[in-house]
Write a protein that binds this ligand. Structure first.
Ligand SMILES: [Zn+2]
Ligand SMILES: [Zn+2]
Length: 95
């Protein structure tokens, strides 16, 4: 796949959330934690984010609110600060 490297840019595009809602999977294989995985809607890198269930679910198992997902890929994105990972994309998901 030939693709020019995307520049690092903190971005919260509304399409990220809608895209991720269809492409991301949620696993609750870990004790008390959810693993959210799927391709970053901006750069396409595969992401795997662990979220503590107690943070996103209230006692009845209902979602308690959106969770912020931030791309933390290890790909090259020009302009990225040295201590950062990812392409800068972030979005909210309701788990
Ligand atoms: Zn990304
Ligand atoms: Zn990336």
């Amino acid at each position: 796949m030939t693709q020019l490297p995307l520049p690092y840019q903190p971005t919260n595009d509304p399409t990220f959330a809608t895209t991720a809602a269809t492409t991301f999977e949620v696993d609750d294989t870990y004790e008390g934690a959810l693993v959210v995985s799927g391709p970053c809607p901006r750069c396409g890198a595969l992401l795997e984010v662990s979220v503590f269930e107690s943070i996103v679910r209230s006692a009845g198992g209902q979602p308690s609110g959106p969770v912020l997902i931030v791309c933390d890929c290890a790909d090259q994105h020009p302009g990225r600060p040295e201590n950062r990972r990812g392409c800068g994309a972030y979005w909210n998901v309701i788990l």
